[in-house]
Design a protein around this ligand. Structure first.
Ligand SMILES: CC(C)(COP(=O)(O)OP(=O)(O)OC[C@H]1O[C@@H](n2cnc3c(N)ncnc32)[C@H](O)[C@@H]1OP(=O)(O)O)[C@@H](O)C(=O)NCCC(=O)NCCS
Length: 128
């Protein structure tokens, strides 16, 4: 049985992510996303809804850790991976693993969604 230790939620306007990409190109992608995230999103006909939900995932995880994105938690501290059935999973870098330990957590569960204009993510920090 999972105990929920913390929660984070974020919502992102997809056109803001598209504008950032149009303005800054690969520099924006490399700053925010891990290579597997870029490959996944650009495997879609329209990458922007998935790029936006991935962005929301990072902010949602940063909120679950109560710190936001900054010195304690970097954009690539949490990366989104997808199982064969499409379910997203969060992998944490050592910085975020350390935060997970501080919360006595064992993992982050994530759910993502998007419409034509908005993308959203909810992150649960749980202890099994
Ligand atoms: C914490 C963070 C993720 C909030 O995201 P946001 O997109 O700015 O704002 P949101 O509307 O999603 O969330 C705001 C709410 O988050 C909550 N929040 C603020 N700090 C928080 C924290 N440390 N932990 C959890 N939740 C927090 C508050 O309820 C806040 O609502 P309020 O403004 O009415 O008080 C954000 O401050 C952050 O770290 N952003 C990344 C920093 C950055 O580089 N931004 C530039 C974008 S390229």
């Amino acid at each position: 049985m999972n105990s929920i230790l913390s929660i984070g939620h974020d919502i992102v306007e997809i056109n803001r992510i598209q504008s950032a990409y149009q303005k800054y190109g690969d520099k924006f992608l490399r700053k925010i996303y891990a290579p597997n995230e870029i490959n996944y999103c650009f495997s879609k006909k329209n990458p922007f809804p998935s790029l936006a939900s991935c962005f929301a995932a990072k902010e949602a995880v940063s909120k679950a850790f109560h710190c936001g994105v900054g010195p304690q938690f970097h954009w690539k501290s949490a990366t989104v991976h997808h199982q064969i059935n499409g379910r997203p999973l969060i992998l944490l870098d050592p910085l975020a693993q350390n935060l997970l330990q501080q919360f006595n957590g064992s993992e982050i569960l994530i759910t993502l969604t998007h419409t034509q204009s908005l993308a959203s993510a909810i992150a649960l920090l749980v202890n099994r």
